[in-house]
Design a protein around this ligand. Structure first.
Ligand code: SF4
Length: 77
């Protein structure tokens, strides 16, 4: 299965809620710092800022990236 790499420059996140509202399979709010993080199942080695996401979630990850007002989500296909 093809995967896409999703990264979040977490320190730049302003917790606007857009990404985890649009794409909750990939993004969630970290209860520790309120910033966006990758959902647990897709984290790379537990890293909340980096994920390998299945291809069928690429579109919503891209939509979330486009919606981010501070442009801190990156999707590499
Ligand atoms: S869309 Fe951007 S600013 Fe908003 S919660 Fe997600 S990462 Fe943070």
């Amino acid at each position: 299965m093809r995967v896409v790499k999703v990264t979040i420059d977490r320190p730049g996140c302003i917790s606007c809620e857009s990404c985890w509202t649009l794409c909750p399979d990939v993004f969630e709010q970290d209860p520790n710092d309120d910033l966006s993080s990758i959902t647990e199942q897709y984290r790379v080695e537990g890293n909340t800022a980096e994920g390998n996401v299945p291809d069928d979630l690429a579109d919503c990850a891209l939509e979330a990236a486009d919606s981010c007002p501070v442009t801190v989500i990156f999707v590499e296909e």
